[in-house]
Design a protein around this ligand. Structure first.
Ligand SMILES: Nc1ncnc2c1ncn2[C@@H]1O[C@H](COP(=O)(O)OP(=O)(O)OP(=O)(O)O)[C@@H](O)[C@H]1O
Length: 314
């Protein structure tokens, strides 16, 4: 069959596409069997406990970490191809800047290195924080440095914005401002954002897509709107000190028995039945339950999965 040239057929519909991606350091695997798809134009929260492999994945997307196995594509092109470089901007966890450069010099450097540079956008971000253009970046506070790093990332006008814990040292006002900026970019310019964060409320407010990692493996991937409703919080009377047998036909992500009562978070595989109290959990509850239960099969929403094994699709 002739290959069509639609964005979907060329993989360009996917801002990122990982197949069997893995990275092994001397101490062991940082990321293993990582397969997922992230559609272009989404704001994706990259979630996981410390050491889950989030920075390693972002490092691979930005060509700083070489995969041990598997492949990672950005807009259909392997990230090892230098052609992907102008399309992304990366805000690293430690927000590296040239300390001896002034803010103005940093922005000028951005302009010289990036053909599509938007100086007005970069200057707006810096000025909104009241940061003097003539200040050397080495003299700025942590939050001010983060703001300048944001300006450099936005000024590049990337198709893919990769952010490693971007908000951690911003005050609540600046955090709100940057969140609004990120969401506006995604809506107005179709920029895809991947943002690692430990702040679950921030993820809940901003992200419409989630990639959850734990112990170097994908635990959940897909539309936030579909991942959460796939779960139910069920409360009822335990049977002989254990979960009712009827519940075991579903995927129990996590459960707790206290006296005669049980509470369980389940992924429903059909009608729940039983005389139980059922409610929809919050995103935070779903994430925490999955992170505490590494043996539960990974969950993907349709389209989010490449060829991951042992995974369930909503
Ligand atoms: N350069 C390296 N050499 C050896 N091991 C590494 C290296 N970089 C990361 N690791 C290991 O890989 C694993 C994943 O680390 P990574 O930094 O990707 O996690 P993370 O999810 O970003 O964590 P955090 O939330 O703490 O930033 C950890 O066990 C870490 O110790």
């Amino acid at each position: 069959m002739a290959e069509t040239n639609t964005p979907a057929a060329s993989g360009a519909a996917w801002a990122l596409e990982a197949r069997g991606l893995g990275k092994r350091y001397r101490r062991g695997w940082a990321l293993r069997d990582c397969s997922f798809r992230l559609p272009a134009g989404r704001i994706c929260g990259l979630v996981g406990p410390n050491g889950a492999g989030k920075s390693t994945l972002l490092g691979m997307a930005t060509r700083q970490v070489v995969p041990t196995e598997g492949e990672l594509r950005a807009f259909g092109v392997p990230v090892s191809d230098p052609a992907t470089m102008p399309r992304y901007a990366f805000l690293a966890q430690d927000k590296p800047l040239f300390k001896r450069f002034t803010v103005a010099e940093s922005l000028r450097m951005g302009a010289e290195l990036n053909p599509g540079w938007d100086m007005a956008a970069a200057e707006r971000i810096v000025c909104a924080g009241g940061i003097p253009m003539e200040a050397r970046t080495g003299t700025l506070s942590g939050g001010q440095r983060t703001r300048v790093a944001f300006a450099l990332a936005f000024g590049k006008r990337p198709d893919l914005l990769l952010l490693d814990e971007p908000m951690s040292d911003l005050d609540p006002l600046a955090r709100d401002e940057m969140s609004t900026l990120l969401m506006a970019e995604a809506v107005e310019r179709g920029t895809t954002v991947v943002m690692s964060s430990h702040m679950l409320t921030e993820l809940e407010d901003m992200c419409d897509y989630l990639l959850v990692l734990s112990q170097g493996r994908v635990r959940m991937a897909g539309d936030a709107d579909a991942l959460v409703p796939a779960h139910r919080m069920v409360t009822g009377v335990a049977e002989n000190g254990a979960l009712p047998a009827a519940l075991l036909g579903h995927t129990v992500v996590e459960s707790r028995i206290q006296g005669r009562q049980f509470q369980a978070m389940v992924r429903t595989d059909g009608p729940l039945g039983g005389g139980w109290q059922v409610s929809e959990p919050s995103l935070e509850e779903v994430l925490l339950a999955h992170l505490r239960s590494p043996d539960v099969p990974a969950l993907y929403t349709p389209g989010a999965r490449t060829e991951a094994e042992g995974a369930t699709t909503v």
